[in-house]
Design a protein around this ligand. Structure first.
Ligand code: PLP
Length: 375
């Protein structure tokens, strides 16, 4: 048997990682500004993270949600406190798609409606309803197609108003669109969604799978707009590489036994990873660090004439060029040994480094980038 060949892969085999760096089997060191699809939040192999994971593994790694797992309470309390959602409840699962799938399901259970509003260039994952709400027909299989989803332009409050009615179940939006090329919803638009959802009894879902956990310079990107969604989905940076996701659920949703469920969600190791991540974010003030380093990097990039636009907040940065960026991305990797990300917009390079990226490493990237675009 061989792995099912669905991924275009770099010819690189990694064997070691530390902080913002990874090493391949030939001993080459790479600066990681991609974090494996925005997953590495507190840095690779952070000592506290490693210590907590080892200690948990030696005690108990797994049991299902048929016994009390006190680590889930600790995680929920810490996440509530650090995110400002202290009165919300937490449902734990294993990935971003699963978090969105459960959020959409919960919304529909809540108001018994079916119509979902999503936005152009959205990405919400690859499971049934999450992929149907994803604006990429190539990854939607015939069985996932549904007439329940409507796609509207991002930041167009008039279009949204036109489509809102008593049949709308939920509006789902990314805190910052990631895969779509780093597009930030305006604070006015997020406020309109909140107002219209209140008016029509629809559920506001914020997908913070990529933009959450401090990446934007606030715990959640939507907090720049001072709105409170009914449901917030999280994954990626939450476990710094251990698969864990979750839905933050407003107290207005009533839980019933059996309504949602998962075998693996909220297991001991997942909780240990997620608690360690929150402790590190808090102890090392990583959210402020993300703002500081992100602002520095964006400011420098905006001075380069070959750059058309720099979009983003904190350390979730999109660099749009006047031409496709795939060659540049390959050069950054092969010549300068720097990992960056692509996006569905072929001209936009994505940066999603660990939140503790140093200013020196940000400068290293900036100089390599500048040298390549001047060629
Ligand atoms: N939502 C957003 C905004 C994402 O960026 C992603 C993944 O890129 C997902 C959901 C899906 O997450 P996962 O791959 O963990 O299922």
């Amino acid at each position: 048997m061989k792995p099912f060949d669905v991924y275009p892969l770099f010819d690189i085999v990694l064997e070691k990682a530390q902080g913002s760096y990874v090493w391949d089997t030939k001993g080459t060191r790479y600066l990681d500004l991609y974090g494996g699809h925005a997953v590495i939040s507190v840095g690779h192999s952070h000592p506290l993270y490693v210590e907590r994971m080892k200690a948990q593994l030696e005690r108990i790694a797994f049991y299902s949600n048929s016994v009390k797992i006190p680590q889930q309470d600790i995680l929920a309390e810490k996440l509530g406190r650090l995110s400002g959602y202290e009165d919300y409840n937490l449902f734990l699962c294993n990935s971003g798609a699963e978090a969105n799938e459960n959020a959409l399901k919960l919304a529909s259970f809540h108001n018994q409606r079916k119509k979902i509003i999503a936005f152009n260039r959205s990405f919400h994952g690859r499971t049934s309803l999450a992929v149907a709400a994803t604006d990429d027909h190539k990854i939607v299989s015939p069985v996932n197609e549904t007439e329940h989803i409507v796609f509207l332009p991002l930041n167009d409050a008039a279009a949204l108003q036109q489509h809102m009615n008593d049949g709308v179940c939920a509006v789902i939006i990314e805190g910052i669109q990631g895969v779509g090329g780093i597009h930030v919803p305006t604070t006015e638009f997020l406020a309109s969604i909140r107002t219209l959802c209140n008016q029509y009894g629809a559920v506001m879902i914020l997908d913070e799978v990529q933009s959450g956990y401090g990446r934007s310079g606030k715990f959640f990107a939507h907090q720049y707009a001072n709105v409170q969604p009914d449901l917030v989905t999280v994954a990626k940076g939450m476990g710094n590489g251990f698969p864990v996701g979750g839905v933050l659920i407003s107290p207005k949703f009533e839980a019933k036994h059996g309504m949602l469920g998962t075998t693996f969600g909220g297991n001991y190791l997942a909780c240990a990873a997620a608690i360690a991540v929150l402790d590190i974010i808090e102890q090392e003030a990583l959210i402020d660090k993300a703002t500081e380093t992100g602002n520095y990097l964006m400011q420098e990039l905006r001075n380069i004439p070959q750059v058309k636009e720099v979009r983003g907040l904190g350390l979730m940065i999109g660099i749009e060029l006047y031409e496709p960026c795939s060659q540049l991305r390959n050069k950054l990797l092969s010549v300068h040994h720097i990992f960056t990300g692509s996006s569905s917009d072929k001209n936009t390079l994505r940066l999603l480094p660990a939140l503790n990226l140093s200013k020196e490493d940000a400068t290293l990237f900036f100089e390599a980038f500048n040298a390549e675009v001047q060629k």
